[in-house]
Write a new protein. Sequence first.
Length: 278
Amino acid sequence: MWMGPDGYYDKEGYWHRGPSQGPPPGYGPNYGPRPIKDPYYDQYRDKQVYYDPYGRPVMVRRRPLGPVTQRRRIQARGVGMFTAQEVLEIIVATVVLTVAFALVQVGGIFGMQPFLPNFIAALPISLFATGTAFTAHELAHKFMAQKHGMPAEFVINPTGIVFALVTAAAIGFLLALPGAVVFSGAGADDKTVGKVGAAGPSTNIVMGLIFFPMMFFMSALWLVVFVNFFLAAFNMIPFGQFDGLKVWRWSAGIYLGMVAIIGVMIILSFFHKTILGI
């Protein structure tokens, strides 16, 4: 029977603190897949989670590795460990967002003409904005979760990918939910989960602050600054699966401090955009 240092899984897959009342459901000598319900946000509802010989979740949604690679499966919890499918999905999401941002810059396919030269010219700064904002944001979540021993994996949102491309191409407006890093908060306290939630927006704040003074010398960097602060603001909504709720449950003071910095920098970004004439 497996139990954690301060709790156990009940028969429905929820984590509880206190004396163990029995083994986790589906736990057996083969350590096969079984559903788990995350006690914080049910991020794993209807998903399959795979376990190591100690009963700890190590991988989400993907096909389990065989007995020969058991050691590698356990190592999937380590900081910087990726699955091949995860890497592919991160690349796809980054490329699609780059294209979408470039489309927005030219006002969609019916916007700035001639379309193709302007679209190609917009791709480099769009890629830079996507990499420093979206990709860095998601990797920060993943690495922070892994640092605290939680399985974490980027999962693409096909519907969000298609919607982003269609809206950007048709009307020159971007509303993107391309995917996110899912991690297990099972057995973790609000502080740990809050740190994982804060990692993404904090990365955006740092990136935005770094490039803010640089945009006075290179006006195209305004897009990088704005996208970072906008993404941070969007994710700090204190509701549902957003990072803001995780941070708020951890510390209201830290939440309000982050929101204040983001709000001020968004205002300054627009103010300096006007001065620079971009």
